[in-house]
Design a binder for this molecule. Structure first.
Ligand code: DC
Length: 221
């Protein structure tokens, strides 16, 4: 690993994406949203009529799919799917496809290749534990399930999606359960990770804290 890699892991709704994007901007590093890769993979399998719960079939389809991240846009086989992959349907499909070792293997290589090019802030569920176990700095963002559901619900309502808070809370808990209990690369606090609880912090507060942790860690090296 020639470049600096900062990993940010944690459950859904901790503000990882927003925080990782802003931290990357502050440091001048590339932002890598690994969840977008799982979402794009799920959409590809769904679009191909594949069985999302079949490990071998998903692995085959994903290995034949071209997923590209370009300037915060996501393309699957040349089609822009940036907005489509954010639907709640794709959220659920992505956590189902993420349990498959065959899919994780294909996406592992895709993710590691990014660090050949430049320094990265990479965000996901297993980026500090599996994808970049030798990362320069590892962060784990957390927040209570209720607070995470509250944020998600607010975001969805602001986008005009009619959904109840209870439904969002149930979805958050189900996704947590799948992410934590899967056999391959479950969501864990990576070894040597700094845990930041975001429950009572603003986004700007989290970004500031994370940047300080990174600068301290890099100065020690
Ligand atoms: O972060 P997100 O909500 O966009 O992620 C979508 C799904 O992808 C999530 O349910 C878990 C999975 N995922 C994963 O298993 N490993 C990653 N590194 C990133 C996401």
């Amino acid at each position: 690993m020639k470049h600096v890699v900062v990993t940010i892991d944690g459950p859904a709704g901790t503000g990882k994406s927003t925080v990782a994007r802003m931290v990357a901007q502050r440091l001048g590093y590339l932002y890598l949203d690994t969840g977008a890769l799982y979402r794009a993979a799920a959409l590809a399998v769904d679009g191909a009529g594949g069985d999302i719960d079949d490990n071998a079939e998903c692995g085959r389809i994903v290995s034949e799919t071209t997923i590209e991240l370009k300037d915060n846009r996501v393309e699957v086989n040349g089609t822009d799917v940036t907005d489509e992959i954010r639907s709640s349907r794709v959220s659920t499909l992505s956590s189902r496809i993420a349990v498959h070792p065959s899919v994780r293997k294909v996406l592992l290589a895709v993710q590691r290749a990014f660090s050949d090019q430049q320094s990265l802030v990479v965000e996901g569920r297993d980026t500090g534990s599996v994808v970049f176990p030798d990362a320069s700095v590892k962060i784990y963002l957390d927040a209570s399930a209720t607070e995470r559901a509250r944020r998600r619900h607010e975001e969805m309502i602001s986008k005009g999606v009619a959904v109840s808070f209870d439904q969002v809370l149930t979805d958050v808990k189900n996704r947590d359960q799948r992410d934590i209990s899967r056999q391959t690369a479950p969501l864990v606090v990576p070894e040597h990770a700094i845990v930041v609880d975001t429950t009572h912090l603003t986004v700007a507060g989290v970004v500031q804290k994370v940047v300080e942790v990174i600068q301290e860690k890099l100065a020690d090296k």
